[in-house]
Design a binder for this molecule. Structure first.
Ligand code: HPA
Length: 254
């Protein structure tokens, strides 16, 4: 088993995953967000894990990111494609837009965010200059292009603590920092994957305009679910395309 999808808000189940079995994996860090769903999709072995749990009940700051990534590594996973919904900060990031970010700024706090602590033989640092795997980013972009689905190449993801949304001033600060989108789950997921030698890329679905970016109004929750549900059709199509074309050796048994 080499390839996993981590689903976010709007992707708690992976339609099209066949012959699914569920595997409970215990880790030194506790329980993952749920049993891993292991099955076949477009002729490839795929492991699926919804980071908020199958019933979408685990808040972003309470997700056991270490257990999730540890469990996937235990299964032999070497590549993770993640999906997350985000708020749009820069003008291009309108609701419904899809983006494959290439950078991260981490504003989260208090989350266990490394495997390299405690009883170590030596202090370990990892390179994280470019937090996403270019090969997997390219697979997303190629597949979207083949399907004529608009997908923005690059952007900086600001990872916030949540679960509350941001203030307008916080979003202005993030914008000055260079963030294009804001979300609550990108970190420490990405860094834990890197520490585990797992290639990782994320597909962001813009669910709403971020705080203060909505023409002076509050964040508009009313359309969020519809926007995400609609965009997820494109997300699913992109995954199917990646698997069908065996892009990027994602499906290692072909
Ligand atoms: N802020 C943070 N996380 C989010 C948002 C937002 O506006 N929308 C979806 N996830």
């Amino acid at each position: 088993m080499h390839f996993a999808i981590i689903g976010g808000t709007g992707l708690s189940q992976l339609e099209g995953l066949e012959s699914v079995r569920h595997q409970v994996v215990s880790t030194p860090f506790g329980e993952p967000s749920g049993p891993l769903s292991i099955g076949r999709m477009s002729g490839c072995d795929v492991v699926f894990l919804p980071r908020h749990g199958y019933n979408h009940r685990i808040a972003p700051h309470e997700i056991n990111y270490r257990a999730n990534i540890w469990a996937l590594r235990e299964m032999g996973i070497t590549r993770i494609l993640a999906v997350s919904s985000v708020g749009g900060i820069t003008p291009a990031m309108q609701p419904g837009t899809l983006c494959v970010p290439n950078q991260i700024i981490d504003y989260t706090w208090g989350r266990p965010s490394t495997f390299f602590e405690g009883d170590l033989e030596s202090v370990t640092h990892i390179d994280f200059s470019y937090p996403f795997a270019q090969s997997l980013r390219a697979a997303f972009l190629r597949s979207a292009a083949a399907l004529s689905i608009p997908l923005i190449d690059g952007g900086t993801y600001g990872a916030t603590q949540g679960p509350r949304l941001e203030t307008a001033a916080e979003i202005l600060k993030f914008e000055r920092d260079g963030c294009d989108v804001v979300g609550m789950t990108g970190m420490p997921e990405a860094v834990l994957a890197r520490e585990s030698d797992i290639a990782y890329a994320s597909l962001n679905v813009v669910a709403n305009r971020a705080a203060g970016k909505n023409g002076g109004g509050e964040v508009d929750f009313s359309k969020m679910n519809h926007t995400i549900a609609h965009a997820m059709n494109n997300v699913r199509a992109i995954f199917t395309q990646i698997l069908q074309t065996r892009d990027c050796a994602i499906c290692a048994d072909h």
